[in-house]
Design a binder for this molecule. Sequence first.
Ligand code: AHR
Length: 498
Amino acid sequence: VTARLTVDPAFAVAPVNRRIFGSFVEHMGRCVYGGIYEPGHPLADSAGMRSDVLELTRELGVSVVRYPGGNFVSGYRWEDGVGPVGERPRRFDLAWRAIETNAFGLNEFMDWAGKAGVEPMMAVNLGTRGIAEAAELVEYCNLPGGTAAADLRRKHGVGAPHGIRLWCLGNEMDGPWQTGSLTAYEYGRLAARAGQAMRKVDPTIELVACGSSNSGMPTFAAWEATVLEQAYDQVDYVSLHNYYDPLRLDPASFRASAVDLDRFIDDVLATADHVRAKLRRGKRIKLSLDEWNVWYQNDFTEPEDRPVAEEPPHLIEDDYTVTDAVVVGNLLISMLRHADRLTVGCQAQLANVIAPIRTEPGGAAWRQTIFHPFALTSALAHGTVLRVALTGPAMTTDRYGEVPALDAVAVHDPDRDELVLFVVNRSESPVPLDLDLRAFGGLAVTEQVTVTDTDPAARNSAAEPDRVVPRRLAPPAVDGGRAALVLPPISWHAIRCT
Ligand code: AHR
């Protein structure tokens, strides 16, 4: 069956929001220590930041970075990580059962974020702490001076306020594993009260309430409804977290993970809009998909089953395949498709921990397979997202039944006179594709970049860091506004037309 993909500038969804190309740095495993920060590394700058990782972060095209957790934040005292390094306490990290030296803290992160050219997204601890500490953290970060917390920042050598706009009200507070987890009602009230106090300090901040830890949580949707009923007026976003596990799904369902993400997004939107109707509010809640990725969770050892780590342990350093990269590319297609409401996204995490960037202690940094579709989508997605009309063959999955073998979205930038199609073939068969560009007049396909391989299980490694790289294909000819392509099995494509 030949697939047909029709694009038209009239099918606009919303402008591309750069914030969907976010990432996440948690004090977990070797994401901070030995990842972005490794004093003594030959490529570390004077502040201990690895310049090779900074370079790769910029190449990845990361826009926003969420910090400092994750589960870590629910036991974290932000005051431990500021001020003279020699005076900072060593603490037991409740989330990962590791020793936190606090050598890296808030101001180091902001220094790193400035060097990486990313916007910070700060999470507050609503697990073991509460309203006062959250408001005081906003004061420390965002007020110019003249109050105790802001003056403390100045004393710590940071004269100008950090001006952090995006704030997460805790992390995964529905999860029984979360330190200080709460019921939906308890959390909704706390989020509303903390958010109110934080906004009193700085009315310009944007607040994200915790949604469900994943769409399979028994309280999913009821959690979002109850939390938003309590905190609707105080928050701007509700978060979504979802990881896709190649070991827990049949291969076809795993390759169709974006079907699940589409449903998850639509279900959270329906729930948020239900609360909007119930409360008779005009404002619409936006979505922050602030943890997403492929994660081989079967390989994960629960913190309780590990000895306390003195050195940052090698936690969940998954090695990603070509198939994983195609799935990541498809999840980005799903995010772009929802550009009207999903305006923040953070891939979890940035370095070493389920990450596109890996590092060797004292050695090299390298790109995993999943680095490539992210970097290319971030580099090429400009202008307005367009819905596409797509017909074609179906594939059978155990979890979702029959689903389309192909998925696609387009972005159109009239200023550059550029159209980019992001297309994925998630089936194990090649699919012929008829591209209908007639609505775009004289555009030609000028570039086709693909991530695929005859071995879909191929991975990059420290020994062979460029085993899997994107390949440029000869662009198909456009004749009368139409082009014919064949998409290889399990492949992701960026097709640029100018
Ligand atoms: O990203 C790893 C962990 O996954 C985060 O700490 C937590 O929020 C999620 O469960």
